[in-house]
Design a protein. Structure first.
Length: 88
């Protein structure tokens, strides 16, 4: 593996670790319950794989902002039940 490839993997791993730790912390703070280790591990691998795949090329700011809005909106919509969010 070249130095560029190693740095890409390292960057994806750090990104995945930070994302999963922050998401798990938010879950614990909001629900008061911890997550099983296998959920954290599978989340780390999934986020790392996506980060590695998208890390191959530089993205424009508009693309990054648009993808962030789409992903966050879909996550919020999935988490809310029809009772909590009338009209969704």
């Amino acid at each position: 593996m070249s130095a560029g490839g190693f740095l890409r993997v390292l960057r994806a791993a750090v990104f995945a670790a930070v994302c999963v730790v922050l998401a798990a912390l938010g879950h614990v703070l909001m629900s008061g319950e911890g997550l099983p280790w296998w959920v954290l591990l599978s989340g780390t691998f999934a986020v790392g794989a996506v980060g590695w795949a998208f890390g191959a090329h530089e993205r424009r700011r508009r693309t990054v902002a648009g993808l962030t809005v789409v992903v966050q909106t879909s996550a919020v919509r999935r988490q809310r039940s029809p009772r909590e969010a009338p009209g969704w």
